[in-house]
Ligand binder design. Structure first.
Ligand code: DGI
Ligand code: FE
Ligand code: FE
Length: 188
């Protein structure tokens, strides 16, 4: 499927705001790929499609994941929106014809991150947080600079802010989010 076709399909599956965010992640990931020696086309593809399952109603996310036999952990059971990465990778493969395993993995892990990410996975994790349409959140200007100067430090910074936010909201934190933070803390 070429980009025009993917865009058309994606636009029909997402709200206008989520679609604009997706295109923002697409071109931010493309810019990051330039400086981190990753294939720009693959980074853009992963960025464009990373949230393709985001707008499925929350309860349907859980139902669909179970029906498809995707692994669902206790955090995803509590907060099925966390499943949009896994479901997104499934749809990217089945509906958008993506068979590049690294792109699919970047989509799977874009919300929690994971320890020892590949450069493409890191780029999608970061680009999702910093793309230009994101509303201003704590430290965003600094995090945007770190994205292009020290990507591992940037990942730590993003995870610290996300974990702080989840704690203030008393939300269940996925083990993988904690593990990713610990891993990248040690790297710094
Ligand atoms: O889909 P986006 O909004 O573009 O971004 P995302 O996929 O990174 O999802 C962001 C949301 O996910 C944000 O509200 C924080 C939340 N999140 C990230 N890690 C965890 C989490 N929520 C819970 N409950 N547990 C986590 O470990
Ligand atoms: Fe997302
Ligand atoms: Fe996103």
């Amino acid at each position: 499927m070429d980009r025009d076709e993917a865009v058309k399909k994606l636009r029909s599956k997402l709200t206008e705001k989520r679609f604009v965010h997706s295109v923002g992640v697409e071109y931010t990931a493309g810019c990051m790929a330039f400086i981190y020696d990753v294939d720009v086309k693959r980074a853009r593809c992963a960025g464009l499609l990373h949230d393709c399952a985001k707008c499925i109603p929350t309860e349907d996310k859980l139902k669909k994941a179970k029906k498809l036999g995707l692994p669902v952990n206790k955090f995803e059971e509590l907060n099925p929106d966390l499943l949009h990465g896994k479901l997104g990778a499934y749809y990217a493969r089945e509906k958008y014809g993506i068979d590049d395993e690294e792109i699919l993995s970047a989509i799977t892990y874009h919300t929690t991150g994971k320890p020892d990410m590949t450069m493409l996975e890191k780029i999608i994790f970061v680009a999702d947080y910093i793309e230009p349409n994101r509303k201003m959140i704590k430290d965003l200007p600094e995090i945007r600079k770190e994205a292009f100067t020290d990507i591992d430090k940037c990942i730590c910074h993003i995870l610290k802010n996300t974990l702080d936010y989840l704690k203030t909201k008393d939300l269940a934190i996925d083990d993988l989010t904690n593990e990713t933070y610990k891993f990248y803390m040690k790297q710094n």
